[in-house]
Design a protein around this ligand. Structure first.
Ligand SMILES: [Zn+2]
Length: 79
């Protein structure tokens, strides 16, 4: 069972579908059980969707990653 700290570390990869199947399963299970991480993840996923939906011409993948990291840092953390 993942701890909340583990969940916050893999949340971006989970949102992007970049985890192996066992990681996805562990993350999904943690989100089912933990409302704090669910709220954190919802905020992260919303931000990622927002960034994807916009026309961000000239935004490098590195800059996009920085923005995601900043949004992740700004979101309220569980535990
Ligand atoms: Zn949690």
């Amino acid at each position: 069972m993942l701890k909340c700290r583990d969940m916050t570390e893999i949340a971006t990869d989970y949102a992007e579908g970049a985890l192996p199947w066992h990681g996805k399963l562990a993350a999904r299970w943690h989100l089912v059980l933990c409302s704090a991480c669910r709220a954190y993840y919802d905020q992260l996923a919303k931000t990622a969707r927002l960034l994807r939906g916009r026309s961000l011409d000239g935004l490098t993948p590195q800059r996009e990653a920085e923005l995601l990291r900043a949004a992740k840092a700004a979101a309220p953390r569980p535990d």
